[in-house]
Design a protein around this ligand. Sequence first.
Ligand code: SIN
Length: 278
Amino acid sequence: MHITPMTGGVGAEIVGADVRNASQFDDIFAAFVEHAVIAIRGQDILPEEQIAFAERFGTININRFFAKVPGYEKLAMVLKEPDQEHAIGESWHTDHSYDEAPAMCSILHCIETPSTGGDTLFASMYRVFDGLSDGLKDTLRGLNAWHSSRHAFGYSNSQNEAKQTGRVGNPELATQDSLHPVVIRHPLSGRETLYVNPGFTIRIDGWTEEESKSLLDYLYSQSTLPEYTCRVRWQPGTITVWDNRATWHRAVNDYHGHRRLMHRITVEGEPLSAAQAS
Ligand code: SIN
């Protein structure tokens, strides 16, 4: 297998791998830990084989909100039809940060992609944190932030097109509120990384909403600088695995009138520790 970094900051492309081959998993996993996003090309595999690949990472987290691939409880469907306006995940976020034990990774298998567009952007939260001043890093190390699923998946967001079209549901299950360190010690790499995101972080613990917004807005303004990002161009058969504890992602919604279908699995993580706890 050939592993080629996509940019100077985050992501690698893997060609010549077969995710069904257990003997290749250690190399794939090492590339995932090192690069935080891996796009594995040419995986023309069955749903059962995507599930078996995911189970090598850990226990599958069955998503509460996404529609399922028919017949496969463990596979969430990420779909946009030609007549739909909004794509799932079209704003920057990281998956499941509202859970007490946030997801380790997500594994997206491209089934159908528009002939142009429909890429996914990723940003490295390692790089963002490394780029801050020592003074701000020290301040952030002492903070915790609240993350919630309520505003994104609960009843208050019922006008959301993904909900109206049945792609996302179960608003009664959107009850998760979790407190995590703003800077975590990554459980696999041991590196410090920033752990807040615009999708689910609602405020800094002990700060007013206004104070929280000012700090989070500043951090978010730094988080998508081009040198911290990479872009995956999909082909049917591409599998991308991303590290939810070290990256954000965003589905680029630039393919109106065309269909895009992905099968997603998210793998369980563990409660996160503050950076200074190491
Ligand atoms: C997601 O946010 O899980 C979907 C990403 C994508 O469809 O590119």
